[in-house]
Design a protein around this ligand. Structure first.
Ligand SMILES: Cc1cc2nc3c(=O)[nH]c(=O)nc-3n(C[C@H](O)[C@H](O)[C@H](O)COP(=O)(O)O)c2cc1C
Length: 112
């Protein structure tokens, strides 16, 4: 796995369809994106539940600050290839489907 970490915001949907955004460091393994969300977290729960996530590449650091301070009502658009949303202010985004789950007590590995 490439050791370089890309800081992005990962958007997921809860089981009742509510968007959730969380800053995450992700890595690439070939063409796959590897997510390692901590346990417990809404992001992990939502990915395991829906099998999908959207990775947003941002320059607007207010979104990251908002995730930390509780402001999370950022405008979104529908994702095109997976059930989910992307952040409207994203410079680019990648729509991901979960391929497998390597469970871990604290930090499961989720290649997508
Ligand atoms: C800059 C930044 C990078 C982060 N990177 C990760 C990460 O790689 N993995 C992770 O589980 N949480 C990371 N976090 C914390 C999560 O974004 C989040 O706050 C926490 O996991 C709670 O997740 P939840 O909102 O999905 O419940 C990061 C937070 C910040 C501010």
């Amino acid at each position: 796995m490439n050791d370089q970490i890309f800081e992005v915001v990962v958007s997921t949907l809860s089981s009742d369809g509510q968007p959730h955004h969380a800053p995450l460091g992700v890595r690439y393994q070939g063409a796959e994106v590897v997510l390692m969300p901590f346990k417990p977290s809404s992001t992990l729960l939502n990915i395991l539940d829906s099998g999908c996530a959207v990775l947003n590449v941002l320059a607007d650091t207010r979104v990251i600050a908002g995730c930390v301070t509780g402001r999370c009502d950022w405008p979104t658009r529908s994702a095109e290839r997976v059930p989910g949303v992307r952040l409207e202010c994203a410079l680019s985004h990648v729509e991901l489907r979960l391929k497998e789950q390597q469970d871990n007590r604290k930090r499961p590995v989720l290649p997508s």
